[in-house]
Design a protein around this ligand. Structure first.
Ligand code: SF4
Length: 123
C-alpha cells in the first residue's frame, strides 16, 4: 500500500476547510488543514471508513402526496448505500405519516433507522 495523500473539503460546518490526509499502509498518520478537532475526525473517517446520510422518498398510499421524503437518522457506511436504497425502494407505507416516524428501524443492519421528514395527511 505505502504512502498516500488524500484531499477533502470538510463538510462538518460551512467554513469548508481544505483537509489533507497522509496515510501509510492505509492508516492515517497526519491530518492538516483543519481549523478544529471536528475536521480531523471527519478526515480520518472519510479516508478510512466513509459514511453518509441517505435521503430519498418512499411511496405512500392514501395520502395527499404520492411520495414521502425520508432520510436515515444518522450516517451509515457509504458501502451500504446501494443496499439501503434497495430497502427504501421496496418500502410502501400508508398515510397518515408524521415527521420523525420510524419507517425502517434498522436499515441494512446498520443500527440506524429510516425516518419520515414530512407529514403526509390522509387524502
Ligand atoms: S475543520 Fe472545523 S472549522 Fe473547518 S470546516 Fe471542518 S468543522 Fe468547520
Amino acid at each position: 500500500m505505502g504512502k498516500e495523500v488524500k484531499e477533502y473539503t470538510c463538510i462538518v460546518c460551512p467554513m469548508g476547510c481544505s483537509l489533507k490526509v497522509e496515510l501509510e499502509d492505509g492508516k492515517v498518520v497526519k491530518v492538516t488543514g483543519n481549523t478544529c478537532p471536528r475536521g480531523e475526525k471527519y478526515a480520518i473517517t472519510e479516508s478510512t471508513a466513509p459514511r453518509r446520510v441517505l435521503t430519498s422518498t418512499v411511496r405512500v398510499s392514501g395520502g395527499h402526496l404520492p411520495l414521502c421524503p425520508v432520510r436515515t437518522k444518522g450516517d451509515i457506511p457509504k458501502e451500504k448505500l446501494f443496499d439501503a436504497m434497495k430497502e427504501v425502494n421496496a418500502l410502501r407505507i400508508e398515510a397518515p405519516v408524521s415527521i420523525g416516524d420510524v419507517l425502517i428501524p434498522d436499515i441494512c443492519g446498520t443500527g440506524v433507522p429510516l425516518i419520515a421528514t414530512r407529514n403526509i395527511y390522509k387524502a
